[in-house]
Write a protein that binds this ligand. Structure first.
Ligand SMILES: NC(=O)c1ccc[n+]([C@@H]2O[C@H](COP(=O)([O-])OP(=O)(O)OC[C@H]3O[C@@H](n4cnc5c(N)ncnc54)[C@H](OP(=O)(O)O)[C@@H]3O)[C@@H](O)[C@H]2O)c1
Length: 453
């Protein structure tokens, strides 16, 4: 016979079972404050010491949220996006200027709940049909600063990370931003600067785009904003196999790469993974505040490598031969006016015919600043992504995003031996490479900014 069904009781109240220690004296009871502790009641650890963090952890820990807002411009740029990512992850609010909402980074920034986005250019063309190249260094008639947009970005901000670019009179834009920051009483203004080499040695030429930043830095100092100036090293991801000038990793028919640049093969250069490592360092500056950093210059570069060492790191990460070829900067595609001037001056400064590594001017202009690499950056952030890691993990992904397929080739390549130092490429680079006048500098990975070294 089947058993009679058990009637379901709806009046039962679920109670916790009485503790076996219910009547014991309080001294004998070992009870965790933290309910999810994995230590058993009889754990020798707990009976030995009651002062461990597990037993004293409160039931719920609140996530402390910084009560600060950071104003950021060019928020889709590598430096700014790096800061936005990390600062918002730990609770800072950001007010960010973007030119548009197109692209992966702009989407990432604009959908971040801790970011308020302001869309518009930092400069205004007085005539709506004006589509001139606005990258020339200095005054450009008919181009003015978008003061309203800048004021909106700074409204209610206590902190600012400002990385100006060469579009639309960089000095004017930078000075206008500093004025607005002063007006709203920003507590700590971090400016991404670069040197004017001529200010360190009159025999060195000024790099026009960098000297514009130097002028903005001078202005910020002059008006007394509580500010810190970071000098960023060469970005790891300037490298691309696209035919862009200066950091082209030129893919050869045997699967190896050649980098051609004017730098002396044995002179150290500062390197940085901007997307990975700008943000954490700037965040640390904000946390320390102007009492520690007001007026200071900081070299933001986590590796100090000669071109030969850089190629060695790249080769190790990539598992393919990478050669350095010292030579002039080759321009194989259309570039904006301002950038062409920059490259001409850069080749003069880092002459491809200077025989003495010691005589190569420091990348950051100031020898003391240069010699602080990489210690000063590592003191701010200890977990950078080096060139080797970049080459192994990120470069192939970025190349694939740019439509390249070399990383899928099955052919066996002559992998470099463990201890081999990449050789200088003494041969002439492939001369069959035609100059592609029609190539518009817009990779898929990112827009026109790849060559903004
Ligand atoms: N690359 C290096 O090794 C290196 C080293 C030291 C200093 N820097 C300096 O860093 C600055 C660039 O910063 P970043 O690397 O963070 O930026 P990035 O990743 O190169 O991005 C460029 C920024 O400029 C904007 N931009 C592009 N075309 C523009 C146009 N026609 N008008 C106005 N804005 C435009 C981009 O906006 P969209 O996304 O909307 O196009 C983006 O926000 C430059 O001044 C460069 O000199 C670079």
């Amino acid at each position: 016979m089947p058993a009679a069904p058990i009637p379901i009781r709806t009046d039962l109240v679920i109670r916790t079972a009485p503790s076996e220690h219910a009547n014991a004296s309080p001294r004998a009871v070992t009870r965790h404050k933290h309910t999810r502790s994995s230590y058993s009641e009889s754990s020798p650890i707990l009976s030995m010491s009651r002062n461990n963090s597990l037993s004293f952890r409160p039931l719920k820990r609140s996530m402390p949220t910084p009560d600060k807002t950071i104003a950021v411009i060019n928020a889709s740029g590598r430096q700014a996006a790096s800061l936005i990512r990390i600062a918002t992850a730990v609770g800072y609010k950001v007010r960010a200027q973007l030119r548009n909402l197109e692209g992966v980074i702009a989407t990432e920034v604009s959908t971040n709940p801790n970011v308020t986005v302001f869309v518009g250019e930092l400069y205004i063309r007085k005539k709506p049909d004006d589509n001139r190249d606005v990258t020339a260094n200095g005054h450009i008639p008919g181009i003015v600063v978008n003061e309203d947009l800048i004021s909106q970005v700074f409204c209610g901000a206590q902190l600012a990370f400002i990385n100006t670019t060469f579009y639309g009179n960089e000095v004017q834009v930078g000075e206008a931003i500093a004025d607005v920051a002063t007006r709203v009483k920003v507590q700590h203004f971090v400016y991404s600067s670069m040197p004017d080499h001529a200010a360190y040695n009159p025999e060195w030429p000024s790099l026009p785009l960098w000297s514009a930043k130097h002028r903005v830095e001078e202005y910020i100092r002059q008006i007394g904003l509580p500010a810190t100036f970071v000098y960023t090293g060469i970005y790891n991801n300037n490298f691309t196999s696209l035919a862009y000038p200066l950091f082209c990793m030129d893919l050869q028919s045997d699967g190896s790469f050649v980098w051609q640049a004017p730098f002396h093969p044995d002179a150290k250069l500062p390197w940085l993974d901007a997307e990975h490592d700008v943000g954490p360092a700037i965040l640390q500056l904000f946390k320390d505040g102007p009492s520690k950093w007001n007026g200071k210059r900081i070299a933001l570069a986590y590796e100090h490598l000669t071109p030969l060492e850089a190629c060695q790191a790249f080769e190790k990460g990539l598992g393919r031969r990478v050669k350095y070829h010292r030579g002039p900067i080759e321009v194989k595609c259309k570039i904006p006016e301002g950038y062409r001037d920059q490259l001409v001056a850069l080749e003069k400064l880092f002459s491809p015919t200077n025989p003495d590594a010691e005589k190569q001017p420091p990348y950051f202009g100031d020898r003391v600043l240069e010699d602080s690499c990489p210690d000063s950056a590592l003191a701010l952030w200890e977990g950078p992504r080096g060139l080797e890691e970049y080459a192994g993990e990120i470069f192939p992904l970025e190349e694939e995003a740019n439509g390249k397929t070399w990383m899928f080739d099955d052919e066996e390549y002559d992998e470099p031996a463990e201890s081999e130092v990449p050789a200088l490429d003494d041969e002439e680079p492939d001369s069959d490479e035609s100059i592609d006048e029609g190539l518009v500098m817009r990779g898929l990975k990112r827009d026109e900014e790849q060559w903004l070294a």
